[in-house]
Design a protein around this ligand. Sequence first.
Ligand SMILES: *Cc1c(COP(=O)(O)O)cnc(C)c1O
Length: 366
Amino acid sequence: MIPISKVQLGQEVEELVLEVLRSGTIAQGPRVAELENLFASLNDSRHVIAVNNGTTALIAALEVLDLKPGDEVITSPFTFVATLNAVLATGATVRFADITLDDFCIDPESVESLINDRTKVLMPVHLYGQTADMTRISQIAIKHGLEIVEDAAQAHLARCEGRAAGNWGIGCFSLYATKNITSGEGGLISTNDDGIADRLRVLRNQGMRQRYQYEMAGNNYRMTDLQAAVCLPQLKSYANLVERRRHNAEMLSNGLSNLPGIRVPMEIAGREHVWHQYTIVVDDCLGKSREDLVAGLEVQGVSSGIYYPRLVHDYDCYRTDPRVVIDETPVASRVASTCLSLPVHQHLTDVDLLKIVSSVKGCVAK
Ligand SMILES: *Cc1c(COP(=O)(O)O)cnc(C)c1O
């Protein structure tokens, strides 16, 4: 079976984890600092603050912006549930802009139509490894005096017009096991604002700057050196990993781009995609549903994934929450019922990729 994702860490990770284990410093220490510094330099960010997961990164970013009940955050309805849960954890209200079919990210026009006196934060999600149209979104934020929090959980070192994800506002990255780089569980926050970086560091450590001197009601959001040791070697060779994912995406698109009823993902001009997922849209004209394709691929030994099968707010637990305001998002609704991700990870061989292409073609032809 060709898996949709695969965690396979090398000898360098094993050695560094063992070194940390034997050093006696297993909680937050020098390896976390090294990870922060390396990510900051690769990402062109002034500051990077490591935390215990990507959801925490989003919550902490929103917390330092001092959102009050009634303040509104505009985000994507086509995302992992953590995006929505993070906003609700801060007490703010969430609204959803529609996405574009080209990049699966929030549509700047739709964002602008939702802005009102209560709007405080724009929270684009850089889905599947490609950023949203940050040039336009940033112009809108400046025009209306809004903050930007980027959910870059899937888009480490992706770029838009040469600028790396996480540098348009506060950037939030995940290091969960299936992301492009991982520490098992982990998160990184990037900012170019000295004051925000300072507050994030204090917030992460119980609101404490000096021992038993508390400045704010903080929390324990710390990452451990053991986790940093898992991630550091991956980050050092990350460029190779992205190169391999890019090659894989190209091979899939070369094989699938002329199939009727299938829309292959595109890399928008001016953006650098890091191919966290390779996601096709399966249209009705196939005479087959997406679910038929999933089943057909499974039989041929190819796993696929549906990220995400429903809009993020389309669950009973959110329907009656007054802080979840739902507007029509027809493009996002269409994509949720037709998207399908195929394996694109760095451990695939060219033989695997040809098999994925021929399996999809076989299912469509039948
Ligand atoms: C993975 C993910 C998160 C949450 O990250 P965790 O590290 O799992 O907490 C948030 N947003 C998106 C879009 C994600 O894919």
